[in-house]
Ligand binder design. Structure first.
Ligand SMILES: [Zn+2]
Length: 390
């Protein structure tokens, strides 16, 4: 055997070994990547539990589809799956679909040159075509949600229209059963052909489009990118087509310039599904008062995140601080929840712990009506207004 053949064989054997053993080591890594902070040990009062069980709870962002876990059953790692969503009384969950994670991802500056999306698809035994294509990784996660719906025996209902959402609320949610899911693309860098790729995603059930994720792309800049530029010509076309299709623009992760540009041309309300506010934690990714006001002035909705970098280190207290700050600034009707469960973050509780937010808001003096709005009614009203009618 020639030297070259031996080296090639060694490389193939190495990757085969990694591929075969990945189911053994992925749970180990996930416990560290999607962490639950063990220093918080909350127990909710009976009063909070009783009130929480009457609420329509909505979470505007979680990324469990990017995980290897079987979401039909309860898992010992990660933040959510169907049983935990039900236990947390979450009636509406937006399922984010990330496709690319930059090597050495950080909050300030990420290059789009080397990404781990394909590697993660390989390690999770996703189909071969997802190893090299971000769009295929997005479509595959969309398919995963549809497969989950089919196997869930009516527990999960994927929502694509405003009519479906209203029906779901009147029937299943009113009877306190099941959870609704909406598909969101986290980062439109995967769209190469415009508008064909966008239309394909629409037909595959995606309804919310995050224009940028952790890096700048050909549509516009990311708050965590290098150039952090504004909306490009292609980006302008995409925004126009998103609005024509009655899809929803999500400005989470957008650079300040991109946010300004989109807000200056958007004719429909926009979403910022998972964020913190600079008024509480002044970092590069959180929104300034001016940005928050600009989103609200377009009828937009802000989902406050649950993780440390977004809101601070004090668990529920920090989350409630950011909610209070944003609702004092904008009015309660613009505020909702965007946990970022399973988004590679550390949170104080998993999806079963939503009651602790309800209790935190009660203790902070929010009225029952206000808590109802923040926990889900605002998200419901926003989505009913902006989703396609049928
Ligand atoms: Zn995100």
């Amino acid at each position: 055997m020639t030297m070259i053949l031996k080296v090639l064989l060694a490389i193939v054997m190495f990757f085969a070994l990694i591929y075969a053993s990945s189911p053994l080591f992925l749970p180990f890594f996930e416990k560290r990547i999607n962490k639950i902070e063990s220093r918080f040990q909350y127990t909710a009062s009976k009063k909070a539990q009783d009130f929480h069980s009457t609420l329509f709870v909505a979470d505007l962002h979680g990324d469990p589809l990017f995980s290897y876990r079987n979401l039909l059953r309860r898992n010992p790692s990660g933040h959510m799956d169907l049983p935990r969503l039900i236990e947390g009384n979450i009636r509406l969950q937006v399922f984010g679909v990330p496709t690319q994670i930059p090597l050495f991802a950080n909050i300030d500056r990420n290059s789009s040159k080397v990404g781990l999306g394909g590697v993660l698809a390989f390690l999770q035994h996703w189909p071969l075509n997802t190893w090299y294509s971000g769009k295929n990784r997005a479509l595959y996660q969309g398919k995963k949600l549809h497969d989950l719906e089919a196997k869930s025996q009516g527990t999960l209902t994927i929502i694509k229209t405003s009519t479906q959402l209203k029906e779901y609320a009147q029937v299943k949610a009113a009877e306190n059963r099941g959870v609704a899911g909406i598909l969101m693309l986290e980062g439109a860098h995967v769209m190469k052909k415009i508008p064909e790729d966008l239309e394909e995603l629409y037909h595959k059930g995606f309804r919310i489009i995050g224009l940028s994720h952790l890096t700048d792309n050909h549509l516009g800049g990311s708050a965590q990118g290098i150039e952090k530029g504004g909306l490009t010509e292609v980006g302008r076309k995409v925004v126009k087509r998103i609005e024509e299709l009655h899809m929803i623009i999500d400005l989470t992760h957008a650079s300040p310039a991109l946010m300004d540009d989109v807000l200056s041309i958007a004719s429909r309300p926009v979403l910022v599904s998972h964020t913190g506010v600079k008024g509480c934690v002044n970092n590069n990714r959180n929104l300034s008062d001016e940005q928050l006001k600009a989103v609200a002035s377009k009828g937009g909705l802000i989902g406050i995140g649950f993780w440390e970098e977004a809101v601070g280190q004090e668990g529920v207290e920090s989350i409630v601080n950011s909610i209070k700050y944003a609702s004092d600034l904008l009015g309660v009707k613009h505020i909702a929840l965007g946990s970022d469960f399973d988004g590679g973050v550390a949170v104080p509780f998993d999806a079963t712990g939503m009651v602790h937010i309800t209790e935190g808001l009660m203790n902070r003096g929010f009225s029952k009506e206000e808590i109802n709005m923040i926990m889900g009614e605002n998200a419901f009203n926003f989505l009913v207004t902006v989703l396609p009618l049928d």
